[in-house]
Ligand binder design. Sequence first.
Ligand code: NDP
Length: 239
Amino acid sequence: MSRSVLVTGGNRGIGLAIAKAFAEAGDKVAITSRSGEVPAELAAHEVLAVKCDITDAAQVDAAFAEIEEKQGAVEVLVANAGITKDTLLLRMSEDDFSSVIETNLTGTFRVVKRAATKMLRARKGRVVLISSVVGLLGSPGQANYAASKAGLVGFARSLARELGSRNITINVVAPGFVDTDMTAVLSEDRRKEIVAGVPLGRYAAPAEVAAAVRFLSSDEAAYITGAVIPVDGGLGMGH
Ligand code: NDP
């Protein structure tokens, strides 16, 4: 059955792979980004691209209203949009810290809250948050990012308890290092260092993260909520 799916940050990287996976499975897919562009990779699918900066509550509300009108209330929400502003603690400005929290954590709160209004009424829904192995493992130079991604776990687990009786599941996917624009900025030396710590000895492809997201949104995953699913090649084992 075709569902109404929203993937935030669905225009590139991991979000694009997730949007493509849902579209290929026959779902109605909306993507948001700050530009509102439709990436070439999705041209073959009828994907609804909506301009929405998740740091702005009015834009979030307007985006949901457009999606509800064009493809129905969101039944599957993938909160994927996120940023990094890496630097060591003593060089980290208040803005470096708060802007990452504002996008990754508060932005996710905004979209989940807006989606939950309709899911509660429908008495069903699937929410998947994209966190990171870094949120649980920590990473030097990423205190802001790690705090935002760890915050998503407490957020999701609280909502799993709050919304479970209404048949709404909320889970977290924690990718390791994935080949996207976000990791393209890392030096070759840093990349080698990271890969050396990954039992599977490589970065993930965005589609490998998308597969876990699709599973958590499927009927087969109906009894999974409040879970943190690593897709990290074994990097975070034991955390
Ligand atoms: P990219 O940098 O390739 O893409 C980031 C996406 O987030 C873009 O679509 C971007 O849209 C969107 N976005 C950022 N800020 C905003 C905003 N304020 N409002 C709306 N959309 C916004 O990143 P990835 O694909 O690599 O990452 C996707 C998610 O996965 C992120 O949450 C990231 O933290 C997480 N992750 C990534 C890992 C990796 O190794 N790549 C590992 C673990 C987790 P726009 O085009 O408008 O900028």
